[in-house]
Design a protein around this ligand. Structure first.
Ligand code: 9D3
Length: 239
């Protein structure tokens, strides 16, 4: 998979590509990322990327020319998906991340200021994505969120153990609690069942805790699941 990122502040994104899974998957050849400064596609001596909105009003608008010029260069093979990061986009979900991870070439366009000239949306953009209902100062951090989320689902990113051994039935629930040593930290004890070595009981305990936690914090997630009477009893008690 190839990803190009067009941004006014590429320095927000670049260092994160040099660490963790994002670095490893690039080193292993599973992902190729390039971050570009939109200013590099300007042609005037002041490297102008924005201008005042027609019709008036506060705030600046990203000019179409540098974005069209960058798009032409970066999409020489004409097979890329152009993703515009914007608060008006479809809210990002894990199924969207998984679908995007199957693409061969993504070009992420990061907005800044008030937005982008509408003709960019009409002629170039194939998908508009938001990362949630809060206001950022630009699309760079949203692009990084998408890069990170995609990188970790690419083949080879996690190592087979973690991905293959994730319990399939608990994947739509919040995580159960986790503990590590010591078994007694200043009187705070790890639940006995986890020390018992009884794997069926441990599995059951973890599932019940995940259900309870999901019922308390994210009841919306449970609406998607078909729960048994036993599971419903756990959920109703947790509320
Ligand atoms: C006046 C209306 N504002 C929208 C709430 C204008 C505006 C604010 C912030 C336009 C752009 C931005 C910058 N945000 C992004 O570029 C952005 C974003 C976000 O703010 N929240 C969630 N996802 C994203 S993706 C890109």
């Amino acid at each position: 998979m190839k990803m190009d990122v067009l941004a006014l502040f590429p320095e927000i994104i670049a260092p994160a590509l040099q660490t963790g899974i994002l670095k490893r998957i690039q080193d292993d050849g599973g992902l190729s990322v390039n971050v570009y400064n939109l200013r590099d596609w300007t042609t005037d001596k002041h490297k102008t990327v924005d201008d005042y909105p027609y019709g008036g009003g506060a705030g600046m608008i990203l000019k179409p020319e540098p974005i069209f010029a960058a798009a032409e260069t970066l999409n020489a093979e004409s097979d890329a998906q152009f993703i515009f990061l914007t608060p008006q986009g479809i809210p990002l979900t894990q199924p969207m991340v998984e679908a995007l991870s199957l693409e061969t070439h993504l070009i992420l366009i990061c907005g800044r200021y008030k937005g982008v000239d509408e003709r960019v949306r009409e002629k170039i953009v194939t998908k508009e994505i938001s990362i949630g209902d809060y206001v950022l100062s630009g699309g760079e951090i949203a692009a990084l969120v998408i890069l990170d989320a995609i990188a970790r689902v690419l083949p080879g990113a996690l190592g087979d153990f973690e991905s293959a051994h994730e319990d399939s039935f608990s994947k739509d629930l919040l995580d159960h609690p986790h503990y590590t040593r010591p078994a007694d930290y200043e009187g705070l004890k790890v639940p006995e069942v986890l020390l018992s070595g009884h794997h069926d009981n441990i599995k059951k305990w973890r599932y019940v805790e995940a259900l309870k936690r999901t019922a308390q914090r994210r009841p919306d997630l449970l609406k998607e699941l078909e729960l048994t009477d036993e599971e419903l009893a756990i959920v109703n008690k947790a509320k």
